[in-house]
Design a protein. Structure first.
Length: 97
């Protein structure tokens, strides 16, 4: 298990933020990643998350409306709740594999 403390995001350059986002997404696509983050209400949450296409359900957009995405937020599949969750990159405190 690799355990990484990544509280640097808020002070990182735009380029470093982009590199980090791409790095995290690539690991989420490979399988389970444990994210520890600070929720909006101030509580700390640990979540087992993934973007692995073998696990994540395929959802069709039947409305035809594209949801606006922020580069500061990632949507991940919560493996314990079997639901989509959004996490702000700057709220992530720790990543474990």
């Amino acid at each position: 298990m690799i355990d990484t403390d990544i509280r640097f995001y808020a002070t990182a350059s735009d380029e470093d933020k982009k590199i980090f986002r791409n790095w995290l997404v690539s690991h989420l696509k490979m399988g389970e990643v444990r994210l520890t983050f600070n929720k909006k209400d101030g509580t700390i949450r640990e979540m087992k998350a993934t973007l692995d296409q073998k696990v994540v359900p395929i959802i069709e957009n039947t409305t035809g409306v594209e949801k606006k995405r922020s580069p500061e937020v990632i949507s991940v599949w919560d493996l314990e709740k079997s639901a989509w969750r959004s996490v702000r990159f700057d709220s992530i405190m720790q990543i474990s594999f």
